[in-house]
Design a protein around this ligand. Structure first.
Ligand SMILES: Nc1ncnc2c1ncn2[C@@H]1O[C@H](COP(=O)(O)OP(=O)(O)OP(=O)(O)O)[C@@H](O)[C@H]1O
Length: 205
């Protein structure tokens, strides 16, 4: 995978099993977020192939696969001017999920009272919680979490374990990028260490 002609991911051969959650660790700039973007079909590798749900990813299959993938990345995927509830209703409409579940998932992440607040007026942690509500609403088969604990308070941290457990229970798979070895070993079945875009270590729990 090249970005601006500099290779970012190289010789990467990684397979996620159904029901498995892997932890992705590595130094800043080692390629973790880039790998998540490739898996989320947001960027296409310049060489090699990506297979999701048994199908090789191209422009057509990416559109279908994307409906089964959720990425919680560094910046919240929320429209600032829409309220949290409007944001989730929009997600429900775009992904064909039932809108009636929106109040329920907002309550699940502790945002019932903030549902009517514009996203721009929410704290970083509240926005993160709203993104976890999006994950609960869309029930992805592949869940990609990029340093998701950042900004979450003590009460909200278990929500990450919960969404990963839900993915596992549906026989989906998850990838958790984190710099915290303790969290990775608690939440993941395998830890994959990246170094300069290559898999350096794989450690099973
Ligand atoms: N849009 C881009 N254009 C050019 N280079 C990029 C782009 N995005 C990332 N890179 C480069 O790709 C490499 C990997 O970046 P990436 O964000 O995947 O690392 P990371 O492991 O997630 O780092 P961190 O722990 O700091 O979040 C870095 O050298 C970075 O400078």
């Amino acid at each position: 995978m090249d970005l601006h002609q500099a290779p970012v991911l190289r010789d990467l051969d990684l397979c996620l099993e159904s029901g498995e959650v892997i932890g992705l660790m590595g130094a800043n700039g080692s390629g973790k977020s880039t790998l998540l973007s490739v898996l989320a079909t947001l960027i296409r590798p310049t060489a090699g192939t990506v297979e999701l749900f048994g199908r090789q990813i191209d422009a057509t299959s990416a559109r279908t696969a994307r409906l089964r993938v959720a990425l919680v990345g560094h910046s919240a995927a929320l429209y600032d001017r829409l309220t949290l509830e409007e944001n989730l209703r929009l997600v429900a409409r775009l992904t064909g999920r039932p809108r009636r579940r929106v109040p329920e998932v907002l309550a699940d992440v502790g945002l019932a009272r903030a549902a009517g607040r514009p996203a721009i007026a929410c704290s970083q942690g509240m926005r993160r919680r709203a993104e976890l509500a999006r994950v609960m609403l869309t029930e992805p088969d592949l869940l990609l979490l990029d340093e998701v604990h950042t900004g979450l308070d003590y009460d909200a941290a278990p929500l990450v374990g919960r969404v990963l457990a839900e993915v596992r229970s549906r026989w989906g798979a998850g990838v958790l990028v984190s710099h915290e070895a303790g969290r990775v070993s608690d939440l993941c079945d395998r830890t994959v260490g990246l170094r300069s875009g290559r898999v350096e270590t794989v450690v099973a729990r």
